[in-house]
Design a binder for this molecule. Structure first.
Ligand code: ZN
Length: 162
């Protein structure tokens, strides 16, 4: 019988004002906004755009794609990451930015990715062995985290499979 060790843990969210990386964020925001306006979201009217900056300097942007059979649709983050990975399979994603708007304009205070997208973001970051910055853009706040692990702690990765 193995000896177990017991721990407690907590997630803490703190926001620190910063101007760091603002130019890159503005560039990616413009791409994500343009992508959101092309979203296929006739049911939710919730238009999401995501843009990624790749290690080769390319920017890839895409939007959410809905379907009358609801579960068949896909979030903008996953459409973008899968599209980028299909186009540039071995290129790391340095930065993923997410923007969303509903019929009243940009979301308040900012968009956050769903759990399934966080899992896909985690796997990409894990495979590329380098951090993927994530920026969440809203009407009143723009929040950047230095790595996906801040959005999905205690991650499930391929290490857990074997
Ligand atoms: Zn999602």
């Amino acid at each position: 019988m193995s000896e177990k060790k017991y721990y407690s843990a907590e997630a803490k969210v703190a926001f620190t004002p910063t101007e760091e990386g603002r130019e890159e964020i503005e560039k990616l925001t413009a791409e994500a906004e343009a992508a959101a306006r092309k979203a296929y979201a006739p049911y939710s009217k919730f238009k999401v755009g995501a843009a990624v900056l790749l290690a080769n300097g390319e920017i890839v942007a895409a939007s959410n794609q809905e379907n009358a059979a609801y579960p068949s649709g896909l979030c903008a983050e996953r459409v973008t990451l899968f599209y980028a990975n299909a186009k540039y399979p071995d290129v790391a994603v340095r930065h993923l930015l997410i923007y969303a708007e509903n019929e009243n304009g940009p979301v308040e205070p900012f968009i956050t990715p769903c759990g399934a997208c966080r899992q896909v973001m985690t796997e990409k970051e894990y495979i590329q062995k380098s951090p993927m910055k994530v920026t969440l853009v809203g009407k009143t706040k723009v929040v950047t985290v230095p790595s996906v692990e801040h959005l999905l702690p205690f991650t499930f990765t391929t290490d857990n499979l074997f």
